[in-house]
Design a protein around this ligand. Structure first.
Ligand SMILES: *Cc1c(COP(=O)(O)O)cnc(C)c1O
Length: 387
């Protein structure tokens, strides 16, 4: 039996391996402090759940238009205008089964076999695999810690070839927590514009910024930026709705139309009643979002302070999302060895940076209670002192 080439080139998720070991240890009754979480630790706000339940009770259980129900696309159009300063008409918006699905649809719509896609590392681990699935080639740009893990215009330009089709920008970033400034984004757009390179802007963490860092949407920068950019967003992170599988994108009309066709023949529409929940999320009270952000900020500051106090660990203070990327290269182990020993000996689960294309780092999520963070950092401190 021979599988399709595209199915054989994917890297099995490393994060899952550590995660399943941590789960197995917990099942044995071991008290594991887990910093692996890629999702908020709070529940979806009640009014969002209530809207979905009411729609189920009301029999809203059938297929919807493939790109989403009109009232949700309208609400997203208004959201883009109000929050991001981007004018996308409802027909430029496609609602999908999560922002991950939106990213994948966008890559499929734009990339042909042989096309290159520039991805700054440390990256969200699904980007290179999506590009490979589309037959494209990920071109990894290794960003520098001293540049706050952000890709410079020179690094971007240096990675470009005549085959470059797209660049992926994720700000605020996972796993780095880095937030690009308006000027930094303008410089990247200027370079992309010289060769009409598409920009996939993953803005899923836009609501989670700290220390006055401001999220800027690339498509809002200029007409040129607007024409080149596909803006990705969703409900998972801001509204603690990861299990709902609901995300969306806005794009120039021709791209949106192509993505709608792809989606209509692959997954059809996003879940009907999840869309009603999404509508309530956008239209309803936003205080839960700000409360979550403030809670994350307290944990972020604590975690950074504790990590910085450890000899040989270096950390760029993250300005967004809910992760801290710590450089552990001073211990002479690669990231997998470090994470495995930390888990086995001290019962702390972190994600090895090799999963994000950087073997010098580990990622710690602070989407977990302050008590766990405190205990876990005591253990990490102890582990690091044992070298
Ligand atoms: C979590 C995450 C997403 C996807 O979220 P969905 O649950 O698919 O909406 C997209 N991009 C990044 C960088 C993420 O961390």
């Amino acid at each position: 039996m021979e599988l399709a080439h595209r199915a054989t080139i994917l890297t099995p998720s490393l994060t899952l391996a550590i995660d399943s070991k941590a789960k197995a240890m917990k099942a044995e009754g071991i008290d594991v402090c887990s910093f692996g979480a890629g999702e908020p630790d709070c529940d979806t706000p009640e009014h969002i759940k209530a809207a979905a339940m009411a729609s189920l009770d009301g029999g809203f259980t059938k297929y919807t238009p493939s790109s989403g129900i009109p009232e949700l696309r309208q609400a997203i159009s208004e959201k883009f205008h109000k929050d991001n300063g981007i004018d996308y008409k409802p027909n430029q918006i496609i609602v999908s089964n999560g922002a991950k699905h939106s990213c994948y649809n966008a890559v499929l719509a734009v990339c042909e076999p042989g096309d290159e896609v520039i991805i700054p590392a440390p990256y969200w681990l699904s980007y290179p695999e999506m590009v490979r699935l589309a037959g494209g080639e990920p071109v990894i740009v290794h960003t520098k810690q001293e540049n706050d893990w952000k890709m410079t215009p020179e690094e971007f330009e240096g990675a470009m070839t005549p085959r470059t089709k797209m660049v992926i920008v994720n700000s605020p970033g996972n796993p780095t927590g880095s937030v690009y400034t308006k000027e930094e984004l303008e410089a990247l757009v200027e370079i992309a514009a010289t060769e009409d390179i598409f920009i996939l802007s993953d803005e899923i963490y836009e609501k989670l910024t700290y220390d006055g860092a401001e999220h800027v949407s690339i498509a809002s920068l200029s007409k040129t930026a607007y024409d080149l950019t596909i803006t990705i967003n969703g409900f998972s992170k801001a509204y603690a709705m990861t299990g709902w599988r609901l995300g969306y994108l806005g794009a120039p009309e021709a791209i949106a139309k192509a993505i709608d066709a792809i989606q209509s023949h692959s997954t059809s529409n996003p879940c009907s009643f999840a869309q009603k929940g999404g509508l309530a999320a956008l239209k309803g009270d936003q205080t839960a979002v700000e409360e979550m952000r403030q809670e994350f900020d307290v944990r972020r500051q604590y975690m950074v302070e504790r990590l910085r106090a450890i000899d040989r660990v270096t950390v760029v203070e993250p300005k967004g999302a809910f992760y801290v990327l710590a450089n552990i290269s001073g211990f002479g182990l690669n990231s997998t060895e470090f994470a495995e020993r930390l888990l086995t000996k001290h019962h702390v689960a972190v994600v090895p940076g090799v999963a994000f294309g950087d073997d010098r780092t580990i990622r710690l999520s602070y989407a977990t209670g302050l008590d766990v963070i405190k205990k876990g950092l005591d253990r990490i401190d102890e582990f690091c002192k044992s070298f």
